[in-house]
Design a protein around this ligand. Sequence first.
Ligand SMILES: Nc1nc2c(c(=O)[nH]1)N[C@H]1C(S)=C(S)[C@@H](COP(=O)(O)OP(=O)(O)OC[C@H]3O[C@@H](n4cnc5c(=O)[nH]c(N)nc54)[C@H](O)[C@@H]3O)O[C@H]1N2
Ligand SMILES: Nc1nc2c(c(=O)[nH]1)N[C@H]1C(S)=C(S)[C@@H](COP(=O)(O)OP(=O)(O)OC[C@H]3O[C@@H](n4cnc5c(=O)[nH]c(N)nc54)[C@H](O)[C@@H]3O)O[C@H]1N2
Ligand code: SF4
Ligand SMILES: [Mo]
Length: 698
Amino acid sequence: METASTPTHCPYCALQCGMALSPLPTGGVEVTERTSFPVNRGALCGKGRTAPALLSSRVRLTTPLVRRNGELAPAGWDEALDLIAGELGRIRTEHGPDALGVFGGGGLTNEKAYTLGKFARVVLGTSQIDYNGRFCMSSAAAGGIKAFGLDRGLPFPLEDIPRTGCVILVGSNVAETMPPALRFFRELRENGGTLIVVDPRRTRTAEQADLHLAPRPGTDLALALGLLHLVVADGRVDEDFIRDRTSGWEDARAAAMAHWPEYVERITGVSVPQLRETVRLFCEPEAAMVLTARGPEQQAKGTDTVGAWINLCLATGRAGRPLSGYGCLTGQGNGQGGREHGQKADQLPGYRKLDDPAARRHVAGVWGVDPASLPGPGRSAYELLDALGRDVRSLLLMGSNPVVSAPRAAHVEERLRSLDFLAVCDVVLSETAALADVVLPVTQWAEESGTTTSLEGRVLLRRQAVSPPEGVRSDLEVMHALAARLGVEKGFPTDPEEVFEELRRASAGGPADYSGITYRRLAEEDGVFWPCPADPGACDAPPVHPGTPRLFLDRFATPDGRARFVPVSHRAAAEEPDAEYPVLLTTGRVLAQYQSGAQTRRVDELNAAAPGPFVELHPRLAARLGAAEGDPVAVVSRRGRAVAPARITAGIRPDTVFMPFHWPGEGRANTLTNPALDPTSRMPEFKVCAVRLEAVTA
Ligand SMILES: Nc1nc2c(c(=O)[nH]1)N[C@H]1C(S)=C(S)[C@@H](COP(=O)(O)OP(=O)(O)OC[C@H]3O[C@@H](n4cnc5c(=O)[nH]c(N)nc54)[C@H](O)[C@@H]3O)O[C@H]1N2
Ligand SMILES: Nc1nc2c(c(=O)[nH]1)N[C@H]1C(S)=C(S)[C@@H](COP(=O)(O)OP(=O)(O)OC[C@H]3O[C@@H](n4cnc5c(=O)[nH]c(N)nc54)[C@H](O)[C@@H]3O)O[C@H]1N2
Ligand code: SF4
Ligand SMILES: [Mo]
């Protein structure tokens, strides 16, 4: 298996930077450049560069662990698997299949995500499966489906960005979350285009912008409506586009007209002249884009907020045309593919819907089961975690660390502890794995093959580059072994390519059609953009479908081919500041840590760069509190209290504090966050809650 240098992709974020891995004579592996991959052209951030540190058995789990007398102790694979199968079987007999919960992750390969969804429905027979992507891009997905009839994060490749005229980047800190992608925005500006960044903080990304708007957290919906109001008032509406390519304009227009610029200024804190300047910069060039990330999406009105930004694009004819459109910058390594193949509560492979009879028939046919045996849609991620220990008695968890990353985390931790049985598959002993009854050590990234789908909708092959350490097995082997113990001998192959071949068939004809993609093609091309049907359709089409880098140029994916305006209006955050909790808390990321930190906190170089949590606050707020740089500050919300050192900067709004969420313990941001959910996407409001600050005396 070990070759001189293996081309593959980074284990972390959705940019899926190309890299090559070379085994070192001294053991271990080295990351080397892979300049041919067009997305990053060899550039990597520090996380990607140091990723091999995680392959070391020093930080790895290499043996199954079973809880004995309250402590996790090493055990054999057969014992651990027998125990899991036995407990799941027992709980199912006693409480029914829906007492068995399953939780997946957007970092899992397509093959794993697909198999996990199939395992839940076919082997366990449970409806209770969801995954951490619900916490990530679900609002953008819901908004995209409403408006365009399809959710693919970016409907165009990143390489289009430098050639458009203006990009409004809403609540994305690419400079820290996808550093190699900053190049596209830099080139945009070099080509004469403008970059507008919308963020309550003057981030490293905002520093690159021509215009930085710093709205109050949770007011992006009003902001987008105010811009649309001005578009109409200034006569900048693209009437031809609206007539030919959209539906529902009148209602959306009426809703926007109720949002006067002065009213929007009061809600958002963005001045009327700044609103006017934004409209001018966005409307003057031939083409323009709006890109959103977690800032506007992780709100209890995230779906409507995305809808409002899409309305702005549609009203100005900036969608479904070259170099124009709305896109979402998806987050996790397989954040896109992970939401397409069935680990989501309401979904079947190929982005099919679980409540669609034709979809059930098709997928049941591929799986060789009776469509009636497939359960219906289950609970969303937070609702599932909240139900643990109540209706849901056990959880099988793969690829997430909710003790750190879920909203209202102390409650979630308590729910996890109240389970009859928790089994976790991970590469390291995460904070969540540490609570489990059984922990299974699994292979990762460089130790196995599999496909991921990047934020561009580009399906990529990650190749195995090294042999896994002694003692670990792959997630696919785990599901195969558990299925067999639970009486399903067939249908759970352990070879990723075999799983992909089945996924191709299961996705065929669905919105996310992968049927024309093969491992062989992926090994030869720089990825293939879905949809890529096996049967190219038209008789003059080439024998092999080329994939679809750009969507919606001829028609949108709605039944009538028209994009749908959604009538939306501003509403307040689920929790607004008051006398007791007068400050807004927002949360997010720093460059050197990834997500719950389970992986990156185990890499020395990254810890040196970002050693721990902090509370970012404005000098005025700090002065009122009497806190100096580095002083511990307590942040208190209705959910709990967290303490972390002050980081004082004039780059944040004086009414807002920011905490990164990568750490457990006293400084855990999610002790504070509000699990208020978006009614459509069921996304929690990670980006806004009300807090008060307290000085901490030693
Ligand atoms: N270094 C690093 N990179 C990562 C990750 C990581 O953990 N670490 N995770 C990956 C994943 S899964 C994801 S989802 C992406 C996320 O990538 P981003 O969305 O870029 O990351 P965040 O830091 O969560 O949020 C972005 C910005 O939103 C701003 N914000 C907060 N509240 C609001 C608001 O109400 N409105 C607006 N407009 N902005 C607001 C924050 O100040 C922050 O700068 O990053 C991916 N890349
Ligand atoms: N306050 C606040 N909270 C947030 C956010 C925020 O902005 N603010 N962002 C949210 C977002 S966007 C996201 S995506 C979530 C992410 O948060 P989590 O869901 O906790 O994601 P990770 O920390 O990436 O956890 C992945 C786990 O899977 C393990 N792992 C890695 N590869 C594999 C594999 O192949 N198989 C298995 N079985 N395990 C593997 C890793 O070691 C790690 O323990 O956090 C959310 N939480
Ligand atoms: S930007 Fe994302 S994919 Fe690229 S090296 Fe960094 S973490 Fe990896
Ligand atoms: Mo994410």
